[in-house]
Design a protein around this ligand. Structure first.
Ligand SMILES: Cc1ncc(C[n+]2csc(CCOP(=O)(O)OP(=O)(O)O)c2C)c(N)n1
Ligand SMILES: [Mg+2]
Length: 232
């Protein structure tokens, strides 16, 4: 296991052990670390990284502060966003990192950012981490079409854990994601580093699908139910 994977995993396991102290929804990325580690190895500091409700691994891979992330999740003023964002919506403009609790919320923003990078003749790219259910939002297909039409340097990195909360992918999707993406004229990959290199060199959109195994529950449900009971 690479150093960055160990760092991410240690952070998440410490968080899991302290979940009783947490008062916000938390989606751990246990089992997804290798995707973030691959990104860590090929991202430039000027690249933009857009993430989801499950974002700790992405944030740490982009060079985010472990202490500030911890404090944010704990709801402290010393957190990245003063404790107001919580785990799901961490934003750190100093490292071009954004995340959103809205499923698919930043997919279009990532394409728009790629358009800005293209207009500025930048060598940086726009990277968007999504889950398999992120591809079920209409904005994903609209953004793919737009990015393909305009040759935008945007990389959609899909961590396919086969689940949308507890709904299995076999019960939700008729065809494999990558084959549908290819029909939009976007080149598909199953290796993050190769996909990012292609996107940067060719200045074209890419889609990379990695099968992962989420090693924990979707969310900190026990903590959430406890919180509801106390505030009811
Ligand atoms: C617009 C919207 N609809 C529904 C939800 C509730 N929701 C949160 S996470 C999630 C499933 C996400 O699955 P996926 O994108 O595959 O990511 P994973 O949690 O498996 O990593 C859903 C439906 C939401 N946050 N936003
Ligand atoms: Mg999923």
């Amino acid at each position: 296991m690479r150093e960055i994977e160990k760092k991410i995993r240690a952070f998440e396991m410490r968080l899991q052990a302290n979940m009783k102290e947490v008062f916000c929804p938390v989606h751990l990325s246990l089992g997804h670390e290798s995707v973030a580690a691959d990104l860590h190895e090929v991202m430039q500091s000027g690249d933009w990284l857009f993430s989801t409700h499950r974002n700790h691994h992405h944030y740490l891979a982009k060079g985010g502060s472990e202490e500030k992330l911890w404090d944010e999740i704990m709801g402290l003023k010393s957190g990245i966003n003063g404790g107001f964002a919580g785990s799901q919506a961490v934003v750190d403009p100093s490292i071009n990192f954004h995340s959103s609790a809205i499923l698919g919320g930043l997919i279009g923003v990532a394409a728009g950012t790629a358009m800005a990078l293209k207009l500025n003749n930048s060598n940086d790219i726009s990277i968007c981490g999504i889950g398999d259910a992120g591809t079920e939002q209409g904005v994903f297909w609209e953004s793919l079409n737009f990015a393909a039409l305009h040759n935008l340097p945007v990389a959609y990195i899909c961590e396919n854990n086969g689940k949308s909360v507890d709904a299995l992918i076999e019960e939700r999707q008729a065809m494999p994601i990558s084959s549908r993406v290819a029909a939009f004229g976007v080149t598909t990959f199953n290796n993050v580093k190769v996909a990012i290199d292609f996107c940067r060199k060719e200045k074209k959109p890419v889609f990379c699908e990695i099968k992962v195994n989420l090693e924990c529950a979707h969310i900190n449900m026990a903590t959430m139910l406890d919180l509801c009971a106390h505030t009811a």
